[in-house]
Write a protein that binds this ligand. Structure first.
Ligand SMILES: Cc1ncc(COP(=O)(O)O)c(C=O)c1O
Length: 386
C-alpha cells in the first residue's frame, strides 16, 4: 500500500465530520481538525478509563481542570490566571455566548476582526447584538488602533454603540499572532471606551518560529478585569470531539451572571473530555513541541509548492494555526473559490465568504494532515488550476 492509500484507509474510517461530509473522491482540508492522532499519553489515559469501565458520575475529573490549565498557561505563556475565576465549559463558543449574553445588551455593537472564524457572526447576531466589522489590513493582516477606531466610529454613525470586542488570538483564518503593540492598542481602545473583551485563545499553543502568544488578559490589570479568555485542548491536542473547554472570567458581572444560572442549565463536561484535557495540560508538552515542528514543516511545504506551482495564488505564511488563508482573487474563480475547487479539483477547502465579506475570493486550507494527503490535495489543486 502506498503512503497515501494507507493514510486514506485509516482516515476514511474516522466518524467525524471532516471525513464524512463529502463523497469519498473528495479530499477534506476544510474544518479545523487535525488528521494527526492525539498524544500517546492521552490515548493511554482514555484506554485506562475504558479498561476500568470508569464511566460513573464523576465530578473530580472536571474539578481538576482549572489548576491544570493555570499551570499550562503559566509555563507556556507566562500568564497566571486567577484559578478561582476559571470555569469549565462544554466548548469555547458556550463561554463566548455566555460572555456576550451577560456582558452586553440587545442592540450593542461587538467588534469582529475580519475575516474571522465563521461562528463568531452567529454568536453575535443570534442574540440580537450587532457585528461591528473591523477588517484587518490585508497587507500582513495587521491590527491597529486606527482600524479599531474607524470601525467603531463607522458603527456609531449608524447609531450602533460598541460595547465589546471579540478577539481571536492567534487569529483564524489568517494565522496572525498579534504582537505586544497591537494588543496594547486594543487594550487602550477598550479602556478608553469601556469595552468588554472576549479573547478566544484556542490557537495559542500552535505557534511557529519561536513567536510568543500573549494572552490578552496578561497585558495589564485593566485588561484582565475587562476580559473573558476562552481556551480548550481541542486544537492543541487534536481532541475536538471530546467537548471540553475552559474560560477565565475576569469580568465580575459575567462571572456572577454565570454563577447565578440554574444548576444544570450549562450541563457538564464528560469524563473523557476532562481526562484528555487534564492529561494534555499536565503531560502533553513534549508532544505539542514535536507536533508544532511537524506543522511548521507542513506550512513551509504548502508555501513552497504554492510559490513554485501556483504563482497567482497568494499566501502569507501563518505565524500560528494549521490553516493557510489563500488569496485566489487573481484566478477569476468568483467569490467562493472553494466551491470551484470542490467541483473541479475534488478538494474541500473552507469557503472564504463564510469568514465575512472580506473573505470573498479567498479559501482556507487545513494542512494538519499527513504529507501524502497534503501533496495529493495540492497536486489536485495544481492540476485543476493548471
Ligand atoms: C477560533 C476558534 N474558536 C473556537 C473553535 C471551536 O472550539 P471548540 O473546540 O471548543 O468547539 C474553533 C475551531 O476551529 C476556532 O477556530
Amino acid at each position: 500500500m502506498t503512503d497515501l492509500a494507507g493514510d486514506l484507509a485509516r482516515l476514511r474510517h474516522l466518524s467525524g465530520i471532516k471525513w464524512n461530509r463529502y463523497p469519498d473522491d473528495v479530499l477534506p482540508c476544510w474544518v479545523a481538525d487535525m488528521d494527526i492522532r492525539t498524544a500517546p499519553v492521552i490515548t493511554e489515559a482514555l484506554e485506562d478509563l475504558v479498561r476500568r469501565g470508569d464511566f460513573g458520575y464523576n465530578f473530580s475529573a472536571a474539578a481538576a481542570l482549572p489548576d491544570a490549565w493555570v499551570a499550562w498557561q503559566t509555563a507556556r505563556h507566562g500568564w497566571r490566571p486567577d484559578v478561582e475565576r476559571v470555569r469549565v465549559f462544554s466548548d469555547v463558543l458556550q463561554a463566548v455566548d455566555l460572555a456576550l449574553w451577560f456582558g452586553t445588551r440587545s442592540g450593542d455593537g461587538v467588534v469582529l476582526l475580519t475575516p474571522v472564524y465563521p461562528p463568531f457572526f452567529r454568536c453575535v447576531e443570534s442574540i440580537g447584538r450587532v457585528v461591528v466589522d473591523c477588517p484587518l489590513d490585508p497587507a500582513g493582516w495587521r491590527l491597529g488602533r486606527d482600524l479599531l477606531d474607524e470601525a467603531i466610529e463607522r458603527a456609531a454613525a449608524e447609531g450602533i454603540t460598541t460595547r465589546a470586542v471579540l478577539l481571536c488570538n492567534p487569529h483564524n483564518p489568517t494565522g496572525r499572532v498579534f504582537g505586544p503593540h497591537e494588543l496594547a492598542a486594543v487594550a487602550e481602545v477598550a479602556r478608553e471606551r469601556d469595552l468588554l473583551v472576549i479573547s478566544d485563545e484556542i490557537w495559542g499553543d500552535i505557534i511557529f518560529d519561536g513567536r510568543r502568544h500573549i494572552p490578552f488578559a496578561s497585558i495589564s490589570d485593566d485588561a484582565a478585569a475587562r476580559t473573558v479568555t476562552a481556551s480548550a485542548a481541542s486544537k492543541t491536542f487534536s481532541v475536538a470531539g471530546l467537548r471540553c473547554a475552559v474560560a477565565h472570567l475576569g469580568v465580575e458581572k459575567i462571572e456572577s451572571g454565570i454563577a447565578g444560572l440554574p444548576g444544570h442549565m450549562l450541563g457538564a463536561v464528560s469524563t473523557p473530555g476532562a481526562v484528555a484535557s487534564y492529561t494534555g495540560w499536565t503531560q502533553g508538552g513534549p508532544w505539542v513541541e514535536e507536533t508544532v515542528r511537524f506543522l511548521a514543516s507542513q506550512r513551509d511545504h504548502v508555501r513552497a509548492r504554492i510559490t513554485a506551482e501556483l504563482p497567482r495564488v497568494r499566501m502569507n505564511a501563518p505565524e500560528a494555526t494549521y490553516l493557510a488563508w489563500l488569496d485566489l482573487r487573481d484566478l477569476g474563480l468568483g467569490d467562493d473559490p472553494a466551491a470551484w475547487l470542490l467541483e473541479h479539483a475534488r478538494v474541500a477547502l473552507g469557503s472564504g465568504p463564510d469568514f465575512g465579506v472580506h473573505g470573498h475570493g479567498y479559501a482556507r486550507l487545513n494542512f494538519a494532515t499527513t504529507r501524502a494527503v497534503l501533496d495529493e490535495a495540492l497536486d489536485r489543486i495544481v492540476r485543476a488550476l493548471g
